[in-house]
Design a protein around this ligand. Structure first.
Ligand SMILES: *[C@@H]1O[C@H](CO)[C@@H](O)[C@H](O)[C@H]1NC(C)=O
Ligand SMILES: *[C@@H]1O[C@H](CO)[C@@H](O)[C@H](O)[C@H]1NC(C)=O
Length: 431
C-alpha cells in the first residue's frame, strides 16, 4: 500500500513558493520542497504554439521563473478552440502547455519594447524562441544582439527545419515534420492511408530535446562561464526518432511499412478486438508466448511447429493472429485485464481518456492536479510525469491570462518605476 501525504503549495509575488492551502498533492515519501531544482534559473520565453511552450513548461515545472513574452495579440494557441474558457477568449488548448509561467506582452517592433527585451535578456539565464530563422535578428532581438548584451545567455531556437539548408526559411508544424520525416509513412493500417499520431508528438519530442539541450548548456556554462546558441528543429528531431526504421533502411535498404498496431519483427504484438473494444498483447520471448497460450487455454500452440519460436510466428503471422483473435473476441477488455493480471508478458486495454482517468493506478499516483484559474474557476491538468527525490517538479500556478504579469515583471523583476511602466503602456510598447 502506498500512502500519500497532502502537501500544499502556492507561488507568491517574490518568485518563491510558500506553504498554502489545497493546491497540490505529493506522495509523502518525496521531498516536499516546492521551490523546484531550477528555482534560481530565469527563462525568457519567446515561444508560442506547442513545441517551445512545452519545453518552457517543463522548465517551469522544475521551478524555473518562466517569463512568457507575448505579442500584444498573444500566443496564437490562445485562439485554438473551441473549447474556450467561458467568459474569456482563451482556449483550453492553450491551458495544456502554459502553466507555471508569467505572461508579459511586449511589442518587440517598438524601440521601447526592444529595450525591455534587452533588460530581460540581461537578467535571464535562458532564452527560448520559435520564430522563423532570422526573424528575431530582423527585429534586433536575435542571438547576435542578445549574446553581446549577455554573453552567459543560453539561447535556444526551435524551428521547423533549422537555420541552414534549403528549407530553413519554411515554416514548420508538427504534421509537416511527421510527414517529411517519415513517421506518417509507417503509421496506419497495413493497407490503409498514412495516419497522423493523435497528438503532436513531434512537437513534444522536439520540446524535450530542447529541454535536455538547455540543461546541458547550463552545465557547460557552469564550467566555462559562457552561454551558447542551441538549434533544435522539428524535422531533424523527427528523423532521429525513426530509430530502427531509419537505420534498417540506411544499412539494409529495407523500407519501413505500416503495421497498424502490430510489429514487423515480433508476433504476437498488437491490439486484438474484444467484446467491447481493443486489448493489446505483446510477447517478446518464447516463455512469454507460452505463458500467454496457457492463460488463453491454447496450450497446443506452444508445441505447434508453425509457432515454435518468434521467427516461425512472424512467418506464419496470419495463421497465429487468426487463432488468437478468435479467442480474444470472446471476452471483454476488463475480463482479459483480470485474467492477465499476473502475466509475465506486457498487456493492457486500449483506453480512451475516460478509461485513463478512471484507472485505479492513474488515480493512485495522483497525476491529475487541480488549480484555481482566474476565469475558469478550477482547472484540471496532467502534472509532470517525472518525480525527483529532491522534490519540486510540480504544478504551481495556472496558465496566465494575456499580460497578467506585465506590471509585476517590469516592477519586481526589472525594477522599473511606476512612471516608466505607465509610459511604456501608454506608448503601446507593452500591455
Ligand atoms: C559553478 O557552480 C558552482 C557551484 O554553485 C559555483 O561555485 C561556480 O562559481 C560556478 N561556475 C561558473 C563558471 O559559473
Ligand atoms: C494474481 O496474484 C495475486 C497475488 O498472488 C492473487 O491473489 C491473484 O489471484 C492472482 N490473479 C490471477 C488472475 O491469477
Amino acid at each position: 500500500m502506498m500512502t500519500f501525504g497532502r502537501v500544499i503549495f502556492k507561488c507568491v509575488q517574490s518568485y518563491k513558493c510558500v506553504l498554502a492551502p489545497k493546491l497540490c498533492i505529493l506522495p509523502a515519501r518525496y521531498s516536499t520542497k516546492c521551490d523546484g531544482l531550477l528555482s534560481d534559473i530565469n527563462v525568457l520565453d519567446l515561444t508560442r504554439v506547442v513545441a517551445g511552450p512545452f519545453c518552457t513548461m517543463v522548465l517551469g515545472d522544475l521551478g524555473a521563473n518562466v517569463i512568457k513574452v507575448e505579442s500584444l495579440d498573444g500566443d496564437e494557441a490562445r485562439k485554438w478552440g473551441p473549447p474556450f474558457i467561458e467568459g474569456s477568449t482563451d482556449s483550453y488548448y492553450y491551458l495544456t502547455i502554459n502553466r507555471n509561467k508569467k505572461s508579459i506582452c511586449i511589442d518587440i517592433k517598438s524601440l521601447e519594447g526592444k529595450q525591455v527585451i534587452y533588460d530581460l535578456a540581461r537578467k535571464c539565464d535562458v532564452l527560448v524562441e520559435n520564430f522563423l530563422p532570422g526573424k528575431l535578428d530582423q527585429h534586433e532581438v536575435g542571438y547576435d544582439k542578445l549574446s553581446k548584451i549577455n554573453p552567459k545567455l543560453i539561447y535556444c531556437a526551435i524551428t521547423g527545419f533549422g537555420p541552414v539548408g534549403p528549407y530553413s526559411k519554411k515554416p514548420g508544424y508538427d504534421v509537416i515534420a511527421s510527414a517529411m520525416g517519415g513517421l506518417l509513412s509507417v503509421t496506419g493500417e497495413r493497407n490503409g492511408n498514412p495516419v497522423k499520431a493523435g497528438v503532436a508528438i513531434t512537437d513534444v519530442t522536439t520540446g524535450l530535446h530542447a529541454f535536455g539541450a538547455i540543461m546541458t548548456a547550463i552545465y557547460h556554462r557552469n564550467k566555462t562561464g559562457r552561454g551558447q546558441k542551441i538549434d533544435c528543429n522539428l524535422l531533424s528531431t523527427q528523423i532521429s526518432s525513426m530509430i530502427n526504421i531509419a537505420n534498417i533502411y540506411l544499412n539494409c535498404g529495407i523500407e519501413g511499412q505500416r503495421w497498424g498496431t502490430a510489429h514487423a519483427n515480433l508476433v504476437p504484438y498488437q491490439a486484438f478486438k474484444t467484446k467491447d473494444g481493443f486489448f493489446v498483447i505483446g510477447t517478446g520471448s518464447n516463455a512469454q508466448f507460452a505463458d500467454f497460450c496457457k492463460l488463453i487455454h491454447k496450450e497446443e500452440l506452444i508445441s505447434d511447429e508453425r509457432f515454435k519460436d518468434n521467427a516461425a510466428r512472424v512467418k506464419n503471422r496470419d495463421e497465429i493472429i487468426r487463432i488468437i483473435s478468435e479467442v480474444i473476441e470472446t471476452k471483454t477488455k476488463k475480463e482479459w485485464f483480470e485474467i492477465f493480471k499476473n502475466a509475465s508478458f506486457p498487456n493492457g486495454p486500449v483506453n480512451n481518456m475516460e478509461d485513463v482517468f478512471n484507472d485505479e493506478h492513474v488515480k493512485a499516483i495522483g497525476l491529475v492536479k487541480e488549480l484555481p484559474h482566474k476565469h475558469a474557476g478550477t482547472i484540471k491538468m496532467v502534472g509532470p510525469p517525472t518525480v525527483y527525490s529532491e522534490g519540486g517538479n510540480m504544478v504551481r500556478t495556472a496558465p496566465p491570462i494575456l499580460g497578467e504579469h506585465t506590471r509585476d515583471i517590469l516592477s519586481n523583476f526589472l525594477g522599473y518605476h511606476n512612471a516608466k511602466i505607465d509610459e511604456l503602456i501608454s506608448k503601446k510598447a507593452v500591455k
